[in-house]
Design a protein around this ligand. Sequence first.
Ligand code: FAD
Length: 464
Amino acid sequence: MTPNISAAKAALSHLDMEENPATVRNKSRDFFWYSPVLKAELDHLEADFVINPKTEEEIIEILKVCYAHDVPVTMRGGGTGNYGQAIPLAGGCVIHTTQMNKVKEIGAGYVVVEPGAIIKEMDAEIKEKSGQELRMFPSTYAQASIGGFVAGGSGGVGSANWGALRDLGNINRLRVVTMEEEPRILEFTGEELHRVSHAYGTNGIITEIELPLAPAYEWVEMFVRFDTFRAATEFSGALTSEPGILIKLASVYAAPIAHSFFQRVKPYVTENDHLVGVMVAPHNMDGFMTLLGRHDDGDVIYRSDDLQWARSPGPMYEFGWNHTTLRALKFNKGLTYLQVRYGGDVDKVVEAYETFKGKLHMHLEVMREGNGLSFAGLPIVEPMNKDELDQLVADHEAMECMIFNPHRYTLEEGGRQSTDKRQIDFKREADPKGLLNPGKMIAWDEPDFDYADMYSYKGMRPKP
Ligand code: FAD
């Protein structure tokens, strides 16, 4: 199957197409470079052309033409994914959703929106019009699109209360267009949502999203200082487990993260201080301070509504989730990170902290999950090569810590090392030629892959 790029471009030339090489290169890249492994593998890749559709009809037209000419299609929202999700491994067409950014409907407890809406902008509109807000967003709030979050993200600010994006009730409905000779428009709810959520756009294009909302608050943002990592972790776990205290974020930064990498925090901490960053609903501050009183080793050193600093640290969410890594990378480009699930046991987290001291700096995001509390780790990893990183992953797995390997570009390796049957089954139906974001779903190309080493997609454009 050889793509006929020039025929596809000619047929789509009346749309908003970008061919400028610098723009095409820019829009073919995401934050894959967080990983030295992905940087080495994917840096040379780019699309042949980019189209910015304005409507679902235009998306359907692009898909029809690309199907007819065997041209691969990769979706792009904000381009902030870390797993190389939005990188077109086989070239072809990138569809950038930037112009499909309308908030279509706001109701009591829900919003309907186009996929290209930038999350911070749509949230501001929702707040202004209804006094509600999104329950959950990635720390790339200011840059990421809502479609990219649903198709490529996993959770974030809000997960401390609402769990992961895939948890029931966190997405209401998705409208999806298929990649067939005659693309179909499908509406998914319930179990069907899992076909395309977190599928990297490998089996359908999301053109409309309905999400739940909650009442909006002026969240009180705080840094709380602790002498030990255990005390910081225990407090953040206790806070997240306290059912009556509404929080949106509970992050733990082991020493010396705050002192080394948080420039505006540095004057207020020593290199031995462990910090917890939180967002608490204003009406629950009394409960929060009471809980903190029971953990008498914690001091509030910053409070957005009261104890302020000469230079504001900026929004608390831009310290948490993968922004912690971003801040560290500004100081040392050789650093990288891991994504780990430790479960809800503080002893296990502390054991991992002690075991890997010197190799990584522990950063946790505390989440509520279906059956309780879960510590999600995004530890900052000292510079190391691929073999050392692979060993670090193996050492975590030996301790029964689950790794979502951010040094891999496939859905399976970045997930649970297995294929989601719902996703591959839907791909067979909705993308029979395998043209959507090719190379990202191992099961499509190599169903017998054994995960012994990193998957290498055979259709990837070779390095020049
Ligand atoms: P993109 O990178 O543009 O796309 C992501 C994936 O979705 C790609 O595979 C793309 O092809 C696909 N896609 C995009 N639009 C569509 C569509 N309409 N239909 C089908 N497929 C589509 N992630 C989190 O989950 N939580 C975090 O807190 C978080 N923090 C981050 C912090 C930093 C500093 C960075 C660099 C990344 C972080 N991420 C986080 C990863 C990423 O920012 C988020 O997942 C973000 O929501 C992706 O949105 P985007 O618009 O940038 O998506």
